[in-house]
Design a protein around this ligand. Structure first.
Ligand SMILES: [Zn+2]
Length: 81
């Protein structure tokens, strides 16, 4: 009668391990994503960006967008002499 208990215990542990792995996988996936935001048009001072990689969406404020120069780099190294 002890065997039944042992079997149950074993199954339970396997299931726990599986769940653990699943959670780890999910966590690392979230951590790994360096979001690549595709920013939509600005509406009412807000713009919705969708990550190209994981499809997460996020609202960006107009001010946030303005403070970041997307694609435009200030060229300080240029010599204008
Ligand atoms: Zn992402």
């Amino acid at each position: 009668m002890n065997i039944k208990y042992k079997m149950k215990e074993r199954v339970r542990r396997i299931l726990l391990k599986k769940e653990e792995l699943k959670n780890k996988e999910r966590e690392s996936k979230e951590l790994e994503c360096v979001h690549y935001w595709r920013i939509g048009p600005i509406q009412n001072g807000l713009s919705v960006g969708i990550c190209k990689k994981c499809n997460e969406s996020k609202e960006f404020q107009n001010t946030f967008l303005e403070s970041h120069s997307w694609g435009k780099k200030k060229d300080n190294t240029k010599n204008d002499q």
